[in-house]
Design a protein around this ligand. Sequence first.
Ligand SMILES: [Zn+2]
Ligand SMILES: [Zn+2]
Length: 321
Amino acid sequence: MLLVEPRRPLEMRELPDPLPGSGQVLLRVRACGVCRTDLHVADGELPQPKVPLVLGHEIVGVVESGGTRFAAGTRVGVPWLGWTCGECEECRAGRENLCRRARFTGYQIDGGYAERTVADERYCFALPPRYPDAEAAPLLCAGLIGHRSLRMAGDPRRLGLYGFGAAAHLVAQVARAEGREVYAFTSPGDEAAQRLALELGAAWAGSSLTLPPVELDAAILFAPVGALVPQALRAVRKAGVVVCGGIHMSDIPSFPYSLLWGERMVRSVANLTRRDAEEFLSLAERVPLQVHVRPHPLAEANEVLSSLRAGAVTGAAALLP
Ligand SMILES: [Zn+2]
Ligand SMILES: [Zn+2]
């Protein structure tokens, strides 16, 4: 399913099988998660995607050939981070997520909305066997970025999650397993998401326009809505952290300094490192996560993206070729 240019529906095209270059593996795609970032790329909200482009950066695939790291037949996952230079100041400082020349799967590199794809084997990961293909897919971005966001939130006892979709439903379970209280904020009236949050152990679920019943120690924003930044600052205590987990967000409205005063912090989370992937996937091996994912045929990619745009996806969605 090809993005020929932004702001146009994806087109089903028959492309030649990609050929693995040196250090790359050829994968037969078993499932690919649909992430909000795909929507930002398709809608032209992120600058200069490769075009034409195969979207998709939550790829679960089986190695068919190429590379030396994985035997043929091994199931691996391919995340957003597709390549880094290893040489720039950021890479050398252990911040490859901020690499100045980084290339990202399903953005500058063809991704997984396809039957086959190639990936640099150094950025592929073995997946915990307990998760079937469709359930493993959302771990690769929703899970990974969610996990990095949670680590950036410090050590909160009471954690707010704004936007209870693919990432938040996984973070909530990790946070619960670590003994934290979870407060889930959804679009007003999104009862399905609120119900899911409570089922997964949230102490409270409600509209993002309301304040929680208690002061929070930290909040993570997964909804791409800038107006939620001051709203979340209102909900966190002094020295609380507000983490913006998305790659794109509408403008943040101006707000009184008093909301930030008291050593409150606002920060973003960008991309992931391979170490994040290793840590989170090993955690997902130890802590059984309930992945709420709806599988769809690959040919329905446009419909799934439209549902996500409309806020009509509860949990995560994946495409199966
Ligand atoms: Zn670099
Ligand atoms: Zn993503």
